[in-house]
Design a binder for this molecule. Structure first.
Ligand code: 5GP
Ligand code: ZN
Length: 116
């Protein structure tokens, strides 16, 4: 089932209405490079269907969720050295700014903990 929001930036990227540097595509997901990269590899993996966050995606579509996680791993393995960070900012206080589920795949540099 396809669910889209006509006002959503990432739905427009899925539809091809806004250009993006696409890294991979599956039946369920699209992965593209973040316009403001925070690491040598900074790829966003998103479901084609519009869900606001990873929790709602998991509840609505487990298969798409598993595909998203597998894609994140594939990208990290292809571009990184085996170490990567997969981030799902969820909610405004966690610095979610685009309310279409997206996993940030960050790799290619050392990282600190805790995140800011
Ligand atoms: P959030 O803060 O919601 O977790 O992450 C949203 C991400 O989307 C940010 O890292 C931001 O740089 C990225 N972003 C926002 N608009 C665009 C866009 O039009 N194209 C691409 N490729 N990335 C975007
Ligand atoms: Zn959307």
């Amino acid at each position: 089932m396809s669910v889209t929001d006509p006002d959503c930036l990432f739905c427009k990227i899925v539809a091809g209405d806004i250009p993006a540097d696409i890294v991979s595509e599956t039946e369920h997901t699209v992965a593209f490079r973040d316009v403001n990269p925070q690491a040598p590899t900074h790829v966003l993996v998103i479901p084609r269907r519009h869900e606001p966050n990873i929790g709602s995606l998991a509840a609505a579509d487990p298969e798409a969720t598993i595909t998203l996680l597998a894609e994140a791993r594939s990208i990290a393995e292809a571009e990184g050295n085996g170490s990567y960070r997969l981030v799902f900012n969820t909610g405004a206080d966690a610095h979610q700014t685009v309310f279409h589920c997206h996993g940030h795949v960050l790799a290619g540099r050392s990282m600190a903990w805790p995140p800011g």
